[in-house]
Design a protein around this ligand. Structure first.
Ligand SMILES: [Zn+2]
Length: 181
């Protein structure tokens, strides 16, 4: 039996206290059909499922160097990663990646091939990272981004990267670059 307490979830994923359908407080209930505990609304009899959120990002290259940003907010404030953020309802994952890139660093990108999908059992997100080509825009920083800088393949700040997925996606990007050369 899977107990809710045993599900390790990152802080990014809050546990809802109230039913999203009717606002009644949620309680734990063992669901026979699923052989596990779920958050359940005894008022409208709805199960609240806890699922990972989708994050989309790009590794965009221009003049043989990629764009990384220094995070201006927690988590991992001050560490480097590529532009990425939560996909919204009403957009595709690739569209979300392009929108986040525009918002965070100001560049318009044409989203290309997926580099990989980064998912870990103890993380509340699934990260999809694409290659991208810069087609316009002007670099900027914002509240979420304290600095934007271009790095060559040999200049990636491996010891100052923000997340496991940042590290893994950059590694896969490097492998792809070597295959394409
Ligand atoms: Zn309800």
């Amino acid at each position: 039996m899977i107990k809710l307490e045993n599900q390790k979830i990152t802080p990014i994923h809050f546990i809802p206290k109230f039913c999203s359908q009717c606002g009644h407080p949620l309680e734990k209930k063992f669901i026979e059909a699923e052989s596990c505990e779920r958050l359940f609304c005894f008022n409208c009899k709805t199960i609240s499922y806890l699922n990972p959120k989708i994050v989309a990002g790009v590794i965009a290259k221009k003049d043989e160097k990629i764009f990384l940003l220094k995070r201006g907010i927690e988590p991992q404030k001050g560490a480097w990663t590529y532009p990425a953020g939560f996909v919204e309802l009403g957009e595709s994952v690739a569209e979300g990646a392009a929108r986040e890139t525009k918002e965070e660093i100001g560049l318009d990108v044409r989203v290309g091939q997926a580099i990989g999908v980064y998912s870990y059992s103890d993380a509340g997100v699934v990260v999809v990272v694409y290659r991208a080509e810069v087609i316009g825009g002007e670099l900027h920083t914002c509240l979420e981004t304290s600095e934007v800088k271009q790095f060559g393949a040999s200049e990636i700040p491996w010891d100052q990267l923000a997340f496991r997925s940042t590290h893994d996606a950059l590694n896969d990007w490097l492998k792809l670059e070597k295959e394409i050369e």
